[in-house]
Design a protein around this ligand. Structure first.
Ligand SMILES: Nc1ncnc2c1ncn2[C@@H]1O[C@H](COP(=O)(O)OP(=O)(O)O)[C@@H](O)[C@H]1O
Ligand SMILES: [Mg+2]
Length: 221
């Protein structure tokens, strides 16, 4: 097996006024390169916390996370940010597009921040596949929710990350648009060889995953 991402006995405890919340209580998991994983579980079970720690947006209280055998959890904030830009792509429920920039600028932003340029053939292939070829000069406010989420997908795929993380990516879309959008995310990740990890409430989406990870009370069951 070709393991791209590995969590080893990860815990995450939040300090709150009333004491502590143990959001993750010892999670170990090996993610195989190129597969599509769905993370499911009740609200408050620890799904977002897990995604944030696997992707380097947050750090474990104890335990480690490795990408290709490299533990990045104790990197400085700056090094972590660079590591994320090189290795991780993100799709959020809220799209997180920049309103003041057009689609082209938005989807190439991670590359720009990393001092890289979009390969033009790849840009055309990705935007064509996501139905965005004629939207590149438009601004996010001129697009539908589904189109905005397709921009966020293009942005995540274009930088050629090893792993794409998505937290409830269809949460703001109606069922049909959500399923179509999710299908595009899955197809583009597969086509470009990216491992995809998606938190979802939607069991129809989870059913299409290669592996389903069920979290309950901060543990994989
Ligand atoms: N920043 C935070 N501060 C304190 N508690 C938090 C924080 N983020 C999450 N939690 C708590 O950790 C638990 C897991 O939350 P979360 O990972 O967001 O669950 P899910 O995404 O499955 O709904 C919940 O009890 C939640 O209230
Ligand atoms: Mg969540």
């Amino acid at each position: 097996m070709d393991i791209i991402l590995s969590a080893k006995d990860v815990t995450r405890t939040y300090k709150v006024s009333s004491g502590q919340v143990e959001a993750l209580r010892g999670v170990s998991y090996d993610f195989e390169n190129g597969l599509f994983y769905a993370v499911i579980g009740r609200s408050g079970s620890g799904k977002s916390t897990l995604l944030h720690i696997l992707s380097g947006l947050d750090r474990p209280t104890s335990g480690s996370v490795e990408v290709n055998g490299t533990d990045f959890t104790r990197y400085s904030d700056t090094k972590m940010a660079i590591f994320r830009r090189r290795h991780m792509g993100f799709v959020f429920q809220q799209y997180n597009l920049l309103d003041d920039y057009n689609v082209l600028t938005n989807i190439t932003m991670p590359l720009t921040l990393d001092g890289r340029r979009a390969d033009q053939d790849y840009l055309q292939e990705v935007t064509g596949m996501l139905g965005l070829s004629d939207k590149l000069a438009k601004y996010p406010s001129e697009l539908s929710g589904g189109e905005q989420q397709r921009c966020a997908i293009a942005r995540s795929v274009l930088a050629k990350p090893h792993i794409i993380f998505a937290d409830e990516p269809t949460g703001n879309l109606d069922k049909k648009v959500g399923e179509d959008t999710m299908g595009l995310l899955r197809d583009s990740a597969r086509r470009f060889g990216q491992t995809l990890i998606v938190v979802t409430h939607d069991l129809d989406i989870a059913r299409k995953a290669d592996q389903v990870i069920h979290i309950e009370d901060g543990k994989i069951i």
